[in-house]
Write a protein of this length. Structure first.
Length: 67
């Protein structure tokens, strides 16, 4: 976090969380059903893409350790 001359402070994690909340709100208001399904929430939050990235990172870590 960086504090400059002005009173503005940027917390990039908080800004990312706010953006994700906004995406969930948009998805919820446009959904025909009363609640979003778990699968739809994962889709909006791009959970599967994050899981693939984590798995790819783990595999790369193993490859670097292996001679």
């Amino acid at each position: 976090m960086h504090v400059g001359r002005g009173s503005a402070v940027q917390d990039h994690v908080a800004l990312a969380e706010i953006e994700l909340c906004g995406e969930l709100i948009i998805a919820a208001t446009s959904a025909p059903e009363e609640r979003l399904s778990d699968d739809r929430i994962d889709e909006v939050l791009r959970v599967e893409a994050a899981r693939r990235g984590s798995e790819r990172d783990r595999r790369r870590g193993r490859q670097e350790v292996t001679p």
